[in-house]
Structures are given as C-alpha cells and as structure tokens.
Design a protein around this ligand. Structure first.
Ligand SMILES: Cc1ncc(COP(=O)(O)O)c(C=O)c1O
Length: 415
C-alpha cells in the first residue's frame, strides 16, 4: 500500500490556536475585535496568563535570596526561563543570556556597559536609517558623553538597506555596528549573517535589535554570527516587562555592571565590591519573576507550534494582506523588501493615518498609526506618520477581509 506522503509543513489550525487567546474573542465598540497591532505588542495565550497566575498563587517569593521552598521554586522558575531563552535563540551557554525588561533595557545595557567605557572622541557607531528609536537614542547618549559620532547607513525606496553603502561605512573609526533584524515599520528583514560576516572581518562588534524578529522566525545567535542580540518578550506572547540580551561571553566578562545593587555581587565591602559573574552581574534588584514564568510558557507555546508552521502561515497571510491593501485606491505602501515579516505600512491619499486609526477603532480594528518610534525613517519617506497593520499567526484571512471592509467604510467618512 502506498502511504500518502506527509506534507513538509503541517498546516496550522488557526481556529484552535485562536481559542487559546481569550482576548481575541472580545468585541470593541460592539464589533468583533480585529487585532492588527502585533508589532506593538502581542496578545497572550491562556498558558502564559496561567503561568503568571500560578506564580502568584503558588510560588510567589523572591529569587536567589531565600532558602525556603517558595524561594527555591521561584528561583527555579526564573532560571528556567533563562534556560528556555537560551534554547530558543540557540545560545551556546545559559550564562550568555541576561534577563531584561525588554529590548530597550537590553540595548541600554550594551550602551552603558560596553560602549560607554570603550568609546572616545573620533570613534563612531554605525546604525541604519530604518531603526527604532531604541536602537538610535542610546547611541546618541553614549556619543554625547564620549565625543563619538553616530552614523546611519541609507536604505532604498523599497525599504531595503543599501548593503554596499553599509559595508563602505564600516570604516576603522566604527567601534560598534547596531542593526535591526526586522524593521517594525517596513517588515524588512536585514541580512544579519552577511552583515555579521563583514563586521567580523573588520573586527567590529555587531549588535542586533531582534525585537521584531523573535516573534516570527527561528533565531540562532551562533549561526547569525553577531555579538549582541536583543529580544522583547511582550511581542512574542510573553508578559510586558520581559526580554533578554544575549551577548558573547567574552564581551560579558569584560563588561562592568550597568546597575548596582542586590543580586549582582559576590562580596561588598566599603573598600570595594566584587561583582558576580555574568549573567547575574547585570541583573541587579528584584526582577520580573512572574513575567519570566510567563516568558517560559510563551516559548513553550511557540515551540509547540514550530517556526516552520508559524512562518509558512504568516507569510501566506502577509501575501494575502499585501495584495488586498495594494488594491485600495490611492494607496501608498511603505516597505517592499524581498524578505519581509508580516507588517504592512501604508497611507491612503487624502486621509491622515491617525484619523484612519481612530475611525477603524470604532469598527473594532486595532492598528497603529504614527511615526512608530522611527522618526528618521518617516523623514526618509517624507511623511509624518503611516498606518501599520502588523499580523501574527493567530490572525486570519477573514480578518484581513474585515479590515479591508472597515477601511472602505472609514474612507467614505473621511474622503
Ligand atoms: C524594532 C524595535 N526595537 C525596539 C523596540 C522596543 O522594545 P521594548 O518594548 O522591548 O523595549 C521595539 C518596540 O516597538 C521595536 O519594534
């Protein structure tokens, strides 16, 4: 008997998945919610909500302090999240994973612990025009204090980084390169492996802002070849106030702490303090213990789906949404990169993005409007704002149809 060949990637059962996300079944202004603001923050599955709830109901205690049972359980849960993260991004050691409140804290940690002590007048930090402010402003603050400069590599009108220019700009003054893996506005996926290879050839460390990549694609920090990788938990199903910085051990060992306080020391005397080894050296104070219980559950949820299925589904949905949006009269789409994550930024002729978003909300549609914390990118495209539909694996083509229908209604009101 000839067995039917298994499809390479099993399709994702989106209705079953949606049932795991309580918030997706609510209504807004009497309409079923269409949540297309996932690049801002994702919704949370029951398993994540329950992990946080379980922490407070059964395991609540501080970490790394108490020897009692609850303290040990809380510590095991918190450290378990580090293990889950290390696996999730394929770090070679759990000690290379610093738990942070998000990408902003992760990048600031590199800015203040790595860049600030090293940079001097005449040095430069290279970033790109498409970055989120979290990957611009910390470098400007370091530059102000050291006399270094911040340079930005250009992009083309498709929203792709002009790689030759970027490589040309990797001059000897550049002491750190900082690039987003995926643009939060354009969805552009930057070729991090290639960028890392060129940086490495020149001995320039590379930081990658992975805030918008980790929810959509398998991250392998060893294969990427970068030096620092920042992650946001709340965009990948985990609670707000969770995230991580991965860094090569040799960098972490050489970095002084950014915050001082409890949990990050080996011995404190008034003559001087001996700091703990990484990762705890960088985790002063009481962390978001319940949040990281949720983070571990979020990673388990994503791993259960599998990135092959998740990506296949999201890419199909992106193609469907892009086509539907392209067909809107008077539309201008921002971001036409060959490789994209499921984000579509656009404007409709004669309609302001904020007015559109406000009226769409009345139709139950949640989309973000504004500059998306990317002023230089808005400046490049010559617009103050865009409307951004950002999708996740729990969104559907039916929702895309509903979104387009809602836009039709809003247009009638506005134009
Ligand atoms: C590309 C990018 N970098 C950084 C951030 C900031 O991340 P966090 O909320 O984890 O601080 C965001 C959030 O919108 C983002 O989209």
């Amino acid at each position: 008997m000839n067995a039917k060949p298994e499809p390479a990637v099993l399709p994702l059962d989106v209705e079953r998945i949606r049932a795991d996300f309580p918030l997706l079944s609510r209504t807004v202004h009497g309409k079923p919610l269409i949540y297309f603001d996932n690049a801002n923050t994702s919704q949370k599955p029951v398993s994540v909500i329950e992990a946080v709830d379980r922490h407070y109901r059964q395991h609540n205690a501080n970490v790394a302090r108490a020897v009692h049972t609850l303290g040990e359980e809380a510590t095991a849960s918190y450290e378990g999240a580090r293990d889950a993260l290390a696996r999730f991004i394929n770090a070679s050691s759990r000690d290379e994973v610093i738990l942070t409140s998000g990408t902003t804290q992760a990048i600031n940690l590199v800015a203040y612990s790595y860049a600030l002590p090293r940079l001097k007048a005449g040095d430069a930090i290279l970033t790109t025009v498409m970055e989120h402010h979290a990957n611009i402003v910390p470098w400007q603050l370091v530059a102000e204090r050291t006399g270094a400069t911040v340079k930005a590599a250009p992009i083309d009108t498709n929203g792709e980084l002009i790689l030759e220019k970027f490589f040309e700009m990797l001059t000897p003054e550049v002491k750190l390169a900082c690039v987003g893996h995926v643009s939060n506005v354009l969805g552009t996926v930057n070729p991090i492996r290639e960028i890392a290879r060129e940086c490495r050839k020149r001995g320039i460390p590379l930081l990658v802002d992975g805030s918008q990549a980790a929810p959509h694609r398998r991250i392998d920090v060893q294969a990427l070849g970068c030096d620092f990788y920042a992650i946001t938990g709340h965009k990948m199903l985990a609670p707000t106030g969770t995230g991580a910085l991965w860094a090569r051990r040799e960098h972490l060992m050489a970095m002084p702490p950014f915050f001082g306080g409890g949990e990050m020391i080996r011995e404190v005397r008034f003559e001087g303090t001996v700091f703990a080894d990484p990762p705890h050296r960088f985790e002063a104070g009481t962390p978001n213990i319940a949040g990281f219980a949720g983070m571990a559950a979020a990673i388990r949820y994503i791993e259960d789906i599998g990135f092959d299925r998740l990506e296949a589904y999201e890419q199909d949905l992106l193609a469907y949404a892009t086509k539907a949006i392209e067909n809107l009269p008077g539309v201008r789409i921002f971001g036409r990169a060959k490789e994209k994550e499921p984000v579509v930024s656009f404007l409709l002729e004669g309609a302001h993005a904020n007015d559109m978003a406000t009226l769409l909300d009345l139709q139950g549609v949640a989309v973000r409007s504004g500059h998306h914390c990317a002023h230089p990118l808005m400046h490049f495209f010559g617009v103050p704002a865009t409307l951004r539909a950002s999708l996740a694996f729990y969104n559907t083509k039916t929702e895309v149809d509903g979104f387009i229908e809602a836009i039709g209604k809003v247009r009638k009101l506005l134009l």
